[in-house]
Design a protein around this ligand. Structure first.
Ligand SMILES: *[C@@H]1O[C@H](CO)[C@@H](O)[C@H](O)[C@H]1NC(C)=O
Ligand SMILES: *[C@@H]1O[C@H](CO)[C@@H](O)[C@H](O)[C@H]1NC(C)=O
Ligand SMILES: *[C@@H]1O[C@H](CO)[C@@H](O)[C@H](O)[C@H]1NC(C)=O
Ligand SMILES: *[C@@H]1O[C@H](CO)[C@@H](O)[C@H](O)[C@H]1NC(C)=O
Ligand SMILES: *[C@@H]1O[C@H](CO)[C@@H](O)[C@H](O)[C@H]1NC(C)=O
Ligand SMILES: *[C@@H]1O[C@H](CO)[C@@H](O)[C@H](O)[C@H]1NC(C)=O
Length: 297
C-alpha cells in the first residue's frame, strides 16, 4: 500500500512539475532539428547524437530550463579549416527548419560548408535571434538587407575568411535598424560598393562596441570627414560612437590618418594595419585615455 502511494505521489509530482528528464524536448522542435540534420552531409559525425527523443541532449542543441524549447544551436565547423557539415540540400530548407524553432536565440553555423549559397532573405524572419554567426561558412553574394529585421541581435558575425565572396552592394542602411547590436564582424566582406555613408550607418546602433571591417576594400570615401562625425553627434543624441575595439586593417585607405579617430573616446584597441596612411599620428588619438593597443603595421 505504501509503495503504491509513493509511486502515485512521485508520478503525480513528476507530472505536475512538467519535467520528464527522459523526454524533455518538444516534439515539433525535435522534428525541425531532424529536418535540419537531413540538409547536411556530415562526414565527421558531428550530428551522430541527433537521434532519440530528447533533443535537448543532442550535441550543439541548447534548451531553456522551463519549457524545453530549443534556444540555441551551436554547430561550429572545425577550426582547422575543414568544414564539418556540408550542405546537400537547398539552403532555404535549412532556414525553413530553423524557422520552426520559435524560441531560437543563439545560432552559430560558422565554418561549415554552405556550397557558395546566397544567404537567404528568410534569415530575416528569425526575429528572436540575439546571436548570429555565419562566419567563414562558404556563403557568397549579396548580404540580404532583411537581416536588418533581426532587431534583437547583439552579435552579428558575417566575417568571410575566403575574402570577398560576400558583399554589400549599395544599401547598408539596414545595419542602422539593429539597435541592440554590440558586436559586428564583417571582415573580408567586400564593401567596395557600399554607400559612402557607411560610418554614419555604423554610428546608429547605440551600443556597438566592437567592430571589425578588416579586408573589406574600404576606400577613403567610406570614411567620415571630421565635420561629419561632429555633425553626427549634434544631429542625434544616441548616435555616439561607443566603440571599444575597431579593426580597419587591410583596406585601401590612404593619406593622413583622420583626426576624428580621436572622437572615439572609449577606444581600447585600434588596428589600422596594411593601409596606405602617411604623415603623423593625429594628436587627438593621444587624448583617448582608454587606448591600450594601437596597430599600424
Ligand atoms: C516520460 O517519458 C517516457 C518516454 O521517454 C514515457 O514513457 C513516460 O510515460 C513519460 N512520463 C511522464 C510523466 O510523462
Ligand atoms: C552545390 O551547388 C552547385 C551549384 O549550385 C550544385 O550543382 C551542387 O549540386 C551543389 N552541391 C551539393 C552537394 O548539393
Ligand atoms: C563566430 O565564429 C567564429 C568561428 O567559429 C569565431 O572565431 C568567432 O569568434 C565567432 N564570433 C563571435 C562574434 O562570437
Ligand atoms: C524586412 O526587411 C525588408 C528589407 O529591409 C523590408 O522591406 C521588410 O519590410 C521587412 N519585413 C518585416 C516584416 O519587418
Ligand atoms: C591587425 O589587423 C589585421 C587584420 O586587419 C590582423 O591580421 C592583425 O593580426 C592585427 N594585428 C594585431 C596586432 O592585432
Ligand atoms: C587602392 O586605391 C587606389 C586609389 O585610391 C587604386 O588605384 C588602387 O587600385 C586601389 N587598390 C585596391 C587593391 O583596391
Amino acid at each position: 500500500m505504501f509503495v503504491l502511494v509513493a509511486v502515485l505521489f512521485f508520478g503525480i509530482a513528476e507530472f505536475c512539475s512538467g519535467r520528464n528528464t527522459s523526454f524533455s524536448c518538444i516534439e515539433r522542435e525535435r522534428e525541425a532539428l531532424l529536418k535540419l540534420k537531413l540538409c547536411f552531409h556530415d562526414p565527421s559525425h558531428m550530428l551522430s547524437s541527433w537521434k532519440g527523443n530528447d533533443c535537448c541532449e543532442w550535441r550543439g542543441v541548447g534548451c531553456d530550463k522551463n519549457g524545453h524549447h530549443v534556444v540555441s544551436i551551436q554547430l561550429k565547423g572545425s577550426i582547422f579549416d575543414q568544414p564539418q557539415l556540408y550542405l546537400i540540400d537547398n539552403v532555404e530548407e535549412v532556414v525553413s527548419s530553423l524557422l520552426m524553432l520559435k524560441y531560437l536565440e543563439h545560432l552559430d553555423l560558422s565554418r561549415n560548408y554552405f556550397n557558395k549559397s546566397l544567404i537567404p532573405h528568410s534569415f530575416g524572419l528569425m526575429k528572436q535571434l540575439r546571436y548570429l554567426n555565419l562566419s567563414h561558412a562558404h556563403f557568397r553574394g549579396r548580404i540580404p538587407s532583411e537581416l536588418g529585421n533581426l532587431t534583437r541581435l547583439r552579435v552579428l558575425d558575417l566575417a568571410d575568411y575566403y575574402g570577398g565572396a560576400l558583399k554589400v552592394d549599395d544599401d547598408i542602411q539596414w545595419i542602422s535598424h539593429l539597435s541592440f547590436l554590440q558586436q559586428l564582424d564583417m571582415s573580408g566582406v567586400n564593401l567596395m560598393l557600399a554607400s559612402s555613408n557607411l560610418f554614419q550607418v555604423l554610428g546608429m546602433p547605440p551600443l556597438l562596441s566592437w567592430l571589425s571591417l578588416s579586408g573589406c576594400n574600404l576606400k577613403n570615401s567610406h570614411l567620415p570627414s571630421g565635420e561629419m562625425v561632429g555633425g553626427l553627434e549634434r544631429s542625434s543624441e544616441c548616435s555616439r560612437y561607443e566603440l571599444e575595439t575597431m579593426d580597419l586593417g587591410e583596406n585601401n585607405i590612404s593619406g593622413l590618418m583622420p583626426n576624428w579617430l580621436g572622437e572615439l573616446k572609449r577606444l581600447i584597441y585600434l588596428n589600422l594595419s596594411s593601409n596606405a596612411f602617411v604623415g603623423p599620428i593625429p594628436s587627438s588619438l593621444g587624448t583617448i585615455s582608454s587606448l591600450r593597443e594601437l596597430v599600424f603595421q
